[in-house]
Design a protein around this ligand. Structure first.
Ligand SMILES: [Fe+2]
Length: 55
């Protein structure tokens, strides 16, 4: 299959190489943020907790 989407083969290959790392970084950030939002302490707990809530 030879996709014709206006991106050269070299650029498609570069994108395909970088995307998994970007996805992994994003998922790690999501997971850490999700975990941290349960560990907020203090009077601002509720507002910070809601701010960090990701669905
Ligand atoms: Fe929550």
């Amino acid at each position: 299959m030879n996709p014709n989407i206006g991106i050269t083969e070299n650029n498609r290959q570069s994108i395909a190489t970088e995307l998994p790392e970007l996805l992994a970084d994003e998922y790690l950030l999501y997971t850490k943020t999700r975990n941290a939002h349960w560990n907020i302490e203090g009077g601002d707990f509720h507002s910070i907790h809601l701010f960090l809530t990701i669905y």
